[in-house]
Write a new protein. Structure first.
Length: 515
């Protein structure tokens, strides 16, 4: 914007760093986030079963020992069915003749994968649990017999697709919310930012209602194991989700390469349209990541509670919300995602300032760059971004790992339980807000570039305002959103690992602070 050159112009020293960043953020970042949720959901189900079996045996309650094996391998077998279903779903897109509606075909790949998993999962559930009796199911909390874990998984699959549909509605330029953000750019950058923030905030309600319904429904049919299976079900077609999400950065990089190679403008117009589709599919992928993170964190929290509870009921550990320790933990936990997000946004800003200074310096010292007679130093910008990302990781990671452990050894497990509840609720809202607001700002800019507004075009003041909105949205949707999912899962996992120690040895119990 400052030098009045296109975004992916080869004269821009940061254009290669932008292409690298698309791969790192939109492919590696989201992929690692979903993988962590995927493994965490399966592990949470296995850990929950192990605790229920242990406490049932310890307390002399009935539990069929043969059923423990079935319960332990069922989530893994269900995930394996998901892998094969995703292969078929992706193959549909690969081998089908291409059409002019890639968005529809990508969504169909997701739906086909989900349908195959639902069909295969029903057979697996009947085959695995069909041999057991009513009291065997009652011991683990199954309300619908052999189909209980399958129904939990189906609820997770359906809720994941529903969350993705709402993410599409709020971030696609085909619908009114994003178009309103684009239209607000005609009034300048302030209203662009304001309208995007409003969109992001309003977009949180429906996905959260869906998550609430999924949690209640999966618990009603399969107990806490059903909730864990809901998370596993939502992630069972993760391979298709990641593949569809990867479409966006591929299209974005293709557009950048076409501009750097000075290809015909029509090529860039095509890639921009594909990139806009990719932004929407990325928002759908982030919706799955956020929803599955919430369910996986809940499953890990239930395992956390089982690890130190002593009420004699292996299926119903309790966390007293009016306990001062628990309530204080909720307050602090709710604040942590904001602290964490602030650190990340500040880190992006710090590195961005260094990169802007480097670009200005290159333009000043090498005026031939803007004339096209001299090549810029692309590697320097890549190095600034990579070094900044690595060095700025330290404090956010320390918060995620250190706070629950420190709180546990100071105040015990009940405060940490509240901490996890507060952090999960707060992070889910913030992640949905940042993902959808950022996606809307990005697609609003694309909508203007593709001629969506009659009185606006690429390069004018309206477009400049939209570019500023997109610049604000990038650290939100590509840094904060995915990282918040990881924050709550790391906190839950670290707490689960450490609780066996700090539930017995903490300063609160040692000094009798809260007896």
């Amino acid at each position: 914007t400052e030098a009045h050159i296109p975004e992916d112009d080869p004269r821009n020293p940061a254009t290669i760093a932008d292409n690298v960043g698309d791969n790192v953020g939109d492919v590696a970042g989201l992929g690692s986030d979903l993988l962590e949720s995927y493994v965490g959901a399966i592990a949470a189900a296995v850990i929950f079963v192990s605790y229920v079996f242990y406490y049932s045996v310890k307390d002399g309650l009935y539990f069929n020992e043969d059923m423990i094996t079935s319960l332990l391998y069922f989530p893994i077998a269900f995930a394996a069915i998901g892998v094969f279903a995703c292969i078929l779903g992706i193959a549909f897109v690969i081998f089908k003749k291409a059409s002019d509606k890639p968005h529809r075909e990508l969504n169909f790949a997701l739906w086909l994968s989900a349908a195959l998993i639902i069909a295969g999962g029903a057979g697996l559930s009947l085959l695995t649990f069909g041999k057991y009796e009513a009291r065997d199911f009652a011991a683990i909390g199954f309300k619908v017999g052999a189909l209980s874990p399958w129904l939990g998984a189906v609820i997770g699959i359906v809720s994941g697709i529903a969350i993705g549909m709402f993410a599409e509605y709020f971030t696609s330029a085909d619908y009114k919310p994003t178009r309103r953000v684009a239209l607000s750019s005609m009034e300048g950058p302030a209203l662009t930012i304001t309208s995007g923030m409003a969109l992001g905030m309003k977009s949180t309600l429906m996905p959260v209602l869906i998550l609430a319904a999924a949690t209640i429904g999966s618990n009603a049919v399969g107990g806490l194991f059903g909730v864990a299976m809901a998370a596993t079900g939502m992630l069972s077609f993760v391979a298709a989700t990641v593949s569809v999400d990867t479409y966006g950065p591929i299209a974005d990089n293709a557009g950048g390469i076409s501009e750097m190679c000075n290809l015909e403008p029509e090529v860039r117009e095509i890639t921009d349209k594909l990139d806009s589709v990719g932004n929407t599919t990325a928002a759908i992928g982030k919706g799955f990541a956020i929803g599955s993170a919430a369910l996986a964190a809940l499953s890990l929290l239930s395992s956390f509670m089982h690890s130190f509870h002593d009420d004699g009921n292996p299926l119903a550990p309790s966390l007293d919300i009016i306990n001062p320790l628990t309530l204080a933990g909720c307050f602090v936990g709710a604040a942590l995602p904001y602290l964490f997000s602030g650190m990340l946004i500040e880190a992006v800003g710090t590195s961005a300032r260094k990169m802007v200074a480097e670009i200005r310096n290159q333009f000043h010292e090498h005026p031939g760059i803007l004339d096209g007679t001299e090549d810029p130093d692309y590697n320097r910008c890549i190095q600034i971004s990579a070094t900044g990302a690595l060095s700025e990781m330290k404090m956010p990671v320390l918060v995620a790992v250190g706070v629950p452990v420190l709180a546990g050894f100071l105040f015990g497990p009940y405060l940490v339980g509240g901490l996890l509840v507060g952090a999960t609720a707060s992070a889910i809202m913030l992640a949905l807000y940042t993902a959808n607001a950022g996606g809307a700002w990005d697609n609003g800019k694309k909508h203007i570039e593709q001629g969506g507004l009659e009185d606006a075009q690429k390069g004018d003041d309206t477009h400049a305002a939209a570019v500023i909105g997109d610049t604000v949205g990038d650290p939100l949707k590509d840094t904060v959103g995915p990282s918040l999912d990881i924050l709550i899962k790391i906190m839950a996992t670290v707490s689960l690992i450490a609780v066996s120690v700090f539930s017995r040895y903490n300063l609160s119990d040692a000094f009798g602070w809260f007896r």
